[in-house]
Design a protein around this ligand. Structure first.
Ligand code: ZN
Length: 272
């Protein structure tokens, strides 16, 4: 709720108890910031104080609890209910347009679903989003050394990402959509072209845009945090690898070999 104040806090992991200096007096909360609060930031502090003023806390130590399960413990089931049916994470009624079908019905690992959920909500920690909450990072995209690293740039408009899409979609010839014209993740996934492939190819093709986006994100992180650069060909190879791995539980994968995704990609995608 107060990203600027959070960025300035000297105690970001502090518990509620630690910020409370006394019981039953009006100004009983204490917040420490790493510099003097500016005049224009003062209203934020006042509004934070107003938010917490009416809360009365016990003197017991506090701890983390998962509010969407009666026992206070995180379960995938309760998470799924929140996401799929009832309320948003802030307790508001869910907008009808939330793209549950684009994320939660897929047979991909949970951590990948969580990543896509954040992506749909525009919360992926790109440099643009991190700077918005108070960090001061170099805004240039590491993959191309060019534009501002926003969600749209990193996954679609970036020349590196566009080359990965092109290589992946090449069996479609002129029918390939242009990632440089993409206006959003949801729009791109909803308009993903239909191919007429083999039974294995059909399943793989539906997961392909997810594998491309996921692999670009993984490679971007390796590039930034471990200094490991990589080529478009390497990313394309890993896209195939993720697809193969995500299909591990499917009977359609039986009697096929990973090498087919390398040698016979066009065959599996277009069926001919
Ligand atoms: Zn780029």
């Amino acid at each position: 709720m107060f990203p600027r104040l959070f960025a300035l806090s000297t105690h970001k992991e502090g518990s509620v108890f630690e910020f409370s200096i006394a019981q039953n007096i009006r100004d009983r909360w204490q917040f420490n910031f790493r510099r003097q609060i500016l005049e224009r930031e003062q209203p934020l502090v006042e509004s934070l104080k107003q938010c917490v003023e009416d809360y009365h806390i016990s003197t017991d130590n506090d701890g983390w609890a998962w509010k969407w399960d009666k026992g206070g413990v995180f379960t995938v089931r309760s998470m799924y209910k929140v996401i799929n049916h009832e309320v948003t994470m802030t307790g508001q009624p869910r907008p009808a347009s939330f793209p549950c079908d684009l994320v939660w019905q897929l047979k991909i690992p949970l951590k990948t679903k969580l990543f896509f959920w954040g992506l749909m909500l525009g919360r992926t920690q790109t440099v643009e989003n991190l700077n918005r909450i108070g960090m001061q990072l170099d805004v240039r995209c590491k993959l191309c050394g060019g534009g501002l690293e926003s969600i749209l740039h990193l996954f679609f408009h970036c020349s590196f990402a566009a080359a990965v899409w092109e290589e992946t979609m090449h069996p479609l010839g002129n029918a390939q959509p242009d990632p440089r014209l993409a206006s959003g993740v949801q729009e791109w996934l909803r308009n993903w072209p239909v191919a007429t492939p083999t039974p294995l190819g059909e399943k793989i093709w539906k997961l392909t845009p997810y594998a491309v986006i996921w692999t670009i994100w993984k490679k971007r992180n390796e590039w930034i945090f471990r200094g490991r650069t990589c080529s478009v060909q390497r990313v394309c190879m890993e896209v195939r690898w993720y697809l193969w791995y995500w299909m591990a539980g499917s009977v359609l994968r039986r009697n096929h070999h990973f090498n087919e995704l390398i040698q016979g990609w066009a065959f599996h995608i277009t069926g001919g």
